[in-house]
Design a protein around this ligand. Structure first.
Ligand SMILES: Cc1cc2nc3c(=O)[nH]c(=O)nc-3n(C[C@H](O)[C@H](O)[C@H](O)COP(=O)(O)OP(=O)(O)OC[C@H]3O[C@@H](n4cnc5c(N)ncnc54)[C@H](O)[C@@H]3O)c2cc1C
Length: 276
């Protein structure tokens, strides 16, 4: 399998799982109640809630569930509008404690999947750099949740969704194996690859037609693996942003303007017309 297994940094591959204690299993209904719904307003149920503190504990939980046939649902900040983090039986694993910001450099920044996206972005911007993906929920959602859903927002017009900004991921596979994937890691030859053509309407979440392994794990909503850590690409923090309110004589002329502006934004990101 392609991708380096982490062990030198204290994280655990599947052969080390026996050494790792599962974190506490919480059965208290009053605690569980706060984790059983999301912004879709569906409410589910779970036998236990587990809140791992590091990748090794995530690996142990996933491997235990796989070995014992226990359904496992991943939950982060539960801003999903589709019920994705809502469990229907089995164990519920909350990523909230994997929230450390490890590094903010000139070109990249690395953090645990559970960090609030907006907090991470504030720290990056305090250092004069910029991580653009901006779902409206960025101060309520996690970095890992945003990547798992390939979230996008108002600035996506210029910067795109989360996908192009993800440089590397740490992923726990259903076996418990920990992979470190970067943007050059190929898809292992013996892995099945989803083959489909994306529709022309807006579509972000879901499996991507992929050549790179990292693309399989962006937008997969926790169905292929657990994101435990991400390294994101940074760009220049815009110093001046101007808002314009414009009136168009017709819908057609407004749409034509948007199409021209989009073309200009994508063809020349530093051009005079640089809408975001
Ligand atoms: C008010 C509001 C505004 C929103 N605005 C936008 C918007 O502008 N753009 C947009 O794209 N979305 C938007 N959303 C939807 C949602 O906020 C995003 O999809 C967000 O990225 C989900 O992050 P989360 O941490 O809340 O994840 P959760 O809701 O907890 O989980 C979402 C899904 O990802 C999986 N998942 C979570 N963490 C991980 C992980 N670490 N590894 C693997 N799988 C994981 C879960 O199992 C689930 O299927 C909005 C939601 C709300 C409520």
């Amino acid at each position: 399998m392609t991708g380096a297994r982490s062990s030198s940094d204290g994280q655990h591959g599947s052969d080390e799982l026996d050494d790792v204690m599962l974190p506490e299993r919480i059965h208290d209904a009053s605690i569980l109640a706060g984790y059983l719904t999301d912004a879709s307003n569906q409410t589910g149920y779970a036998d236990a809630l587990l809140r791992p503190k590091n990748t090794g504990e995530v690996s142990a939980i996933v491997a235990h569930c796989q070995a014992n046939g226990i359904p496992l649902t991943i939950t982060s900040a539960r801003t999903s509008t589709t019920g994705g983090p809502v469990p229907y039986g089995g164990w519920l694993m909350s990523m909230e404690h994997l929230n450390q910001i490890e590094h903010i450099g000139e070109d990249t920044a690395t953090a645990g999947a559970g960090v609030f996206l907006g907090d991470f972005q504030n720290e990056i911007e305090a250092k004069g750099r910029f991580f653009p993906p901006d779902p409206t929920s960025r101060f309520e959602c996690s970095l890992g949740g945003a990547i798992a859903c390939n979230a996008s927002g108002a600035r996506s017009f210029r910067y795109g969704p989360s996908r192009p900004w993800i440089e590397a991921l740490e992923v726990v596979l259903p076996s418990g194996e920990v992979l470190r994937i970067d943007s050059d890691t190929p898809i292992p030859a013996d892995w099945p690859v989803p083959k489909w053509t994306e529709p022309t309407v807006k579509t972000a979440a879901g499996y991507a037609p992929a050549n790179r392994l990292i693309d399989l794990f962006i937008g997969q909503e926790g169905t292929l693996g657990v994101l435990t850590k991400a390294t994101v690409r940074l760009t220049a923090l815009p110093t001046e942003v101007m808002g314009i309110l414009a009136f168009f004589p017709s819908r057609a002329s407004a749409v034509a303007f948007v199409e021209r502006a989009r073309t200009a934004a994508r063809n020349d990101r530093n051009g005079a017309l640089s809408p975001r």
